[in-house]
Design a protein. Structure first.
Length: 515
């Protein structure tokens, strides 16, 4: 095994950030950036329960991680300014000096240790399920000195520097004194903005901090909870919002004719319907879905290409046969979507003695991605054409994620998103679809898990990529989910907003300013 020692240039980056801070702060605009999102974080300022959108929209202004993964998939310095792979299971991270949390506490090695240690507790596994499951690979974190941490992994792990983009660091004394629920109301991070107030689940109000390593250019930030896409877009067009997250191809002509700007980037999330194969809620009959022919039939029954071409206008996303986004390392571009073949779907269902009288209730959270509500309805309609009865029920995101950790849907199928962010690696998307999922797994295949573990232990990039591509091919054959759409991200903003940037689902609020 060849180990590559990776050291990021700490001094130049740290000095550059410090030198840039004063002029940026002097030019800070005393204005308010108003952003419409489809939801705020259900756990408010507890940044560990669910990783990804929409929670990230109200967490990234406040919190930082040790590293940050850029659009090209490379880990960059954040609260860590450099790192070194000492041996297959040992990594050392040098921390950024002179950083304080919003409440005045000093950021140091102990803050990193405390954040990770809490995730290992029973409370951490319950109230920080997503981050807890994503940090299982860590065996220990110790302090070499006040600004150096040594991370030991349970097994060799070649992407630790990227994996550390998952765990946001919280002020340790405030976390201990307030408890997780109290801290969620009064969070303290090291980010560009500090929380002013949560306003009745309607919006989160932030104010820029002047003593930060990544200074903001706009003094005030408000993130609004607008679950329905139409009111979000209407508010943008009327000038009540500066940014609207989550547009559709149908919005593009209207927005552009109004002089508004569109941002279209390749996404990290893939829309599927999960198929529960274990740990179902009491009384739920999942036995038909343990037959691979049934799962494959569902994939043949749905015309995903028509959705991509019609509902998404060819720009909102692409039909897929995998849950791993094309932007993630390890993506298998040889995998194509299951072809639309309702006759084959009917034949497979009949051969498997599928109970056509069984109604399947699918909980969905629309409004997050282009045409998702229409895709949900079309998926149900296509399944109905082969005799499968589906009832699509809309639920709030907060209810959905409480069911996801653990799986507790009163039905064998449910709206699922595979998310490669923030690590941008296939394993990041696959983790929650494996035996290692936080809470309880909804499927656990020994062969797939062995391949997943092998990829996590392989340092040679080419060998690692081959393992991941073979795993994706196996998941395709097993029809682990009903695969639908690999999404692009469509966001819109006012023409006087400059510096808008979406990096793997993270909106770089601190880089934005008004012309």
């Amino acid at each position: 095994m060849m180990l590559k020692k990776l050291v990021v240039g700490a001094t130049a980056l740290a000095l550059g950030a410090a030198a840039a801070a004063l002029p940026a702060q002097a030019q800070m605009q005393d204005k308010t950036l108003r952003v419409g999102a489809w939801d705020l974080a259900p756990s408010e300022g507890n940044p560990y329960f669910g990783i990804g959108t929409p929670s990230v929209f109200s967490w990234t202004p406040m919190f930082d991680m040790l590293t940050f993964v850029e659009t090209d998939g490379s880990p960059k310095p954040a609260l860590a300014v450099s790192w070194e792979n000492v041996d297959p299971t040992t990594w050392r991270f040098k921390l950024r000096p002179n950083i304080k949390f919003h409440n005045g506490e000093a950021f140091d090695a102990q803050a990193v240790i405390n954040s990770w240690a809490w995730l290992q507790t029973d409370e951490g596994k319950a109230k920080g399920a997503s981050a807890s499951s994503r940090t299982k690979f860590i065996a220990s974190i110790t302090a070499i000195d006040a600004l150096t941490v040594e991370i030991k992994t349970t097994k060799p792990n070649p992407i630790v520097s990227a994996e550390m983009s998952v765990m946001m660091i919280v002020a340790p004394k405030a976390w201990a004194d307030l408890g997780v629920d109290g801290f969620a109301k009064k969070p303290a991070g090291t980010g560009s903005y500090k929380l002013v107030s949560w306003q009745n689940d309607a919006k989160a109000v932030f104010e820029a901090v002047t003593d930060t390593w990544r200074p903001a250019k706009i003094k005030h930030l408000e993130v609004f909870d607008l679950p329905q896409r139409e009111p979000r877009i209407a508010a943008l067009r009327s000038g009540e919002l500066d940014v609207a997250l989550g547009a559709t191809p149908d919005d593009m002509a209207t927005l552009e004719s109004s002089g508004l700007m569109m941002d279209i980037t390749a996404g990290s999330q893939v829309l599927t319907w999960g198929i529960t194969q274990m740990n179902a809620a009491e009384g739920v009959n999942i036995s038909p879905f343990l037959d691979k022919r049934v799962r494959q039939a569902f994939n043949y029954a749905v015309d995903k290409q028509a959705m991509a071409d019609g509902l998404l206008g060819g720009v909102g996303g692409q039909a897929t046969g995998t849950g791993v986004a094309p932007t993630a390392f390890g993506y298998n571009d040889a995998i194509r979507p299951y072809p639309y073949d309702p006759d084959k779907a009917r034949a497979l269902l009949t051969a498997a003695n599928f109970p056509f009288d069984q109604e399947i209730v699918v909980n969905v959270v629309p409004g997050a991605f282009p045409a998702d509500a229409e895709i949900f309805q079309q998926t149900a309609a296509d399944l109905a054409k082969v005799g499968v009865r589906v009832n699509v029920e809309v639920v709030p995101f907060g209810d959905w994620i409480k069911k996801f950790f653990p799986v507790a849907w009163p039905s064998p199928m449910w709206h699922n998103l595979w998310n490669a962010a923030p690590v941008m690696d296939a394993t990041s998307a696959i983790l929650n679809q494996s035996c290692a999922k936080g809470g309880k797994p909804y499927l656990c295949d020994d062969t797939q898990q062995a391949m997943f573990d092998a990829a996590n232990n392989e340092f040679d990039p080419d060998k690692r990529k081959k393992i991941l591509q073979d795993l994706i091919a196996l998941q395709y054959d097993e029809a682990s989910n009903l695969y639908l759409i690999a999404y692009n991200n469509l966001h819109a903003y006012q023409p006087n907003v400059q510096g808008f940037r979406n990096v793997n689902q993270t909106i770089m609020y601190h880089e934005m300013s008004f012309k």
